[in-house]
Ligand binder design. Sequence first.
Ligand SMILES: *Cc1c(COP(=O)(O)O)cnc(C)c1O
Length: 396
Amino acid sequence: MYGKIREHLQKELSQIREAGLYKNERIITSAQDALIRLDSGKEVLNFCANNYLGLSNHPELIKAAKSALDSHGFGMSSVRFICGTTNLHKVLERKIADFFGTEDSILYAACFDANGGVFEPLFAEQDAIISDSLNHASIIDGVRLSKASRYRYKNADMADLELQLQKAQDARFRIVVTDGVFSMDGNVAPLDQIITLAKKYDAMVMVDECHSAGVVGETGRGVTEKFNVRGEVDIITGTLGKAFGGAIGGFTTGKREIIELLRQRSRPYLFSNAIPPSVVGAGIRMFEMMAETSELQKRLQRNTAYFVSKILEAGFDVKPTKSAICAIMLYDAKLSQEFASQLLEEGIYVIGFYYPVVPQGEARIRVQISAAHSHDHLDLAINAFRKVGKVLGVLK
Ligand SMILES: *Cc1c(COP(=O)(O)O)cnc(C)c1O
C-alpha cells in the first residue's frame, strides 16, 4: 500500500524543493539567547527568536524550574481534571489573570490548543464568529472546529468588520476575534475601534496576545494596555512560549464563567496532559518578575525603535510596525532565502518567510528584536543588512 503514496509524497517533496521553498532546519547547539552557537561551530546573533524579553535562558527562571523539579517532580502523567493539578498550576493561573486584569484563567499545553479549544464549547450553529483575515492558523483551526457561522474581515479593516457585524446580526451570540499583533507584519489590531464596533453591534471580543503580551503597552500587558481597555475584552489567549520564557504552555484568560465552562468542555484541556511543574514554577517566577519591574519591556522598546529607524535610514522597505517585529520586504521567495543565507555568513541569524506563511509575492525577512540584544548586536545586524542589501541589489 505504501508504495503508491510514497511516490506521491516524493513528487510533492521534490516540487517543494524545486520551487526553492523547502524549509531546512538549522541546528543550534547552545541555549537560546542573543548569541547562539550552530552545529557548524559558528557563533551567530539571533534575530528571529520570539525571545522578546531575553528570558529564554534567564538564571532566575532556570532556578525556579529546578526548584519545582525538586519539589513537584518531572511530569504529571495526567490531564488536569484527573490528577494533574498541583498548587503550582493554580498559582500560575491566578498570576496570569492578575497580569491581564481578568477574572480567571486556564492553562493549556500550548496556545495552539487554547485557540483550538476555545470556540467549540462556547459557540453553536446559531452563533457567529467574525475573524480577522490575518489571524493565526490556530484560530482558523479552532473556528473550524465549532459549528458557528464564520465571517472574515480584511486585516484590521474596520469598515469591513462593520459590514460583517451587520451580516451577523441574526446570530444568537457574536464574537470578534483578532490577533493582538499580527506576527508576519508586526502591526497591531485597532482594539479601541474593534471594541466600539463590538458594543454597537452587541458582540464579544477575543484577542490573541501571543506576540503582544510582554511586548506591547507601556508595561508589556499587551494590546489591552496599549489601548487602555484592560478588563473590557471578554477572552484573551496567549502563550508562555514567546516573551514569557519561551518554554511551552498556553492559556485562555477572561470572564469567570467562560473559563469555568472551558474546564468542563474544552477538548485540548480535557484530553491532553497537564504542563510539567518545572515549566509552571518558572512561569510563576516570570510573572513575579513582570510585577516587580518593566525594565526589560523598556529596553525592548528602545532596541526596537533604534533598529527600525536605522533600517529605514538604510533604505529598506519595511512594514509599519507597532511591536518588536520588523518585516523587511523582499517580495521574492528565492531572494529572501539567499538574503538570509548571506546574512548567516555575516553572523546574523534570520529566516526568509515566503508562501504559504505569507501571501504569494510578499516574501520577507522578519526580524525580531529582543531586550537581550546589546547596542553592539543591533549595530552589527544593521551593518550586515546594509552589506547584503547592496550585494544582492536590494539597496542602491
Ligand atoms: C505562536 C502563536 C500561537 C501558538 O502558540 P504556541 O503556544 O506556540 O502554540 C498562537 N497564536 C499566535 C498569534 C501566535 O503567534
